[in-house]
Ligand binder design. Structure first.
Ligand SMILES: C[S@@+](CC[C@H](N)C(=O)[O-])C[C@H]1O[C@@H](n2cnc3c(N)ncnc32)[C@H](O)[C@@H]1O
Ligand SMILES: [Zn+2]
Length: 167
């Protein structure tokens, strides 16, 4: 079930996205550098995160987690802001900026009204786990330079795991 969505006071609204589920779409022209929203939610540690979410149980990874470091993760599913609906793109128009252990989503390009706003999730997994993890993280951002996965992998790794990447 999609929780209640507030759009008031934001430069974007949340609605159905071609990328996946719901996404965030600009409602006005947005200039580069503009801070759009803080990624809020319950702040949890690694133990709590493991208890709440078991990656191996998800055929396709889907959470509202944002990891700040090895000790703090924001769980947007618990009291989180609309930032939790912003999808990933391999060619993003926004970025996530950390300031004093808080996360803000900021525009890095001019964004026209109606455009979906996205940032690069930059999810990292250990090299030895890629074979198993890549199929859980397909990317459907549709960018020409889409990596085929929302995981952060370089060109060499893309070549190696081409057979597993979403086309
Ligand atoms: C923070 S949620 C984003 C909102 C999500 N679309 C929704 O409706 O709940 C993150 C999840 O959305 C999905 N997602 C985000 N960007 C994606 C992309 N480019 N391709 C495929 N799935 C994506 C993944 O399942 C990811 O774990
Ligand atoms: Zn992509």
């Amino acid at each position: 079930m999609i929780p209640f969505v507030k759009n008031k006071g934001l430069a974007f609204r949340v609605k159905s996205s071609k990328i996946q589920g719901k996404g965030a779409f600009a409602t006005k022209r947005i200039a580069p550098g503009r801070r759009l929203v803080e990624y809020t939610g319950e702040r949890i540690g690694p133990k709590q995160e493991r208890l709440r979410y078991i990656d191996e149980d998800m055929a396709r990874h889907h959470t509202f987690l944002f990891s700040i470091d090895d000790h703090i993760t924001i769980d947007g599913a618990v009291g989180g802001s609309e930032a939790r609906f912003i999808n990933h793109s391999c060619d993003p128009n926004c970025e996530a900026v950390e300031e004093d252990e808080r996360i803000y989503i900021e525009a890095i390009r001019n964004i026209q009204p109606g455009k979906e706003i996205c940032y690069d999730y930059g999810f990292e997994v250990d090299e030895e786990d890629l074979e198993e993890e890549i199929p859980r993280y397909p990317c459907r951002c549709g960018a020409d330079k889409c990596r085929g996965t929302i995981l952060k992998i370089n060109k060499r790794t893309q070549k190696k795991f081409k057979h597993l990447l979403h086309q």
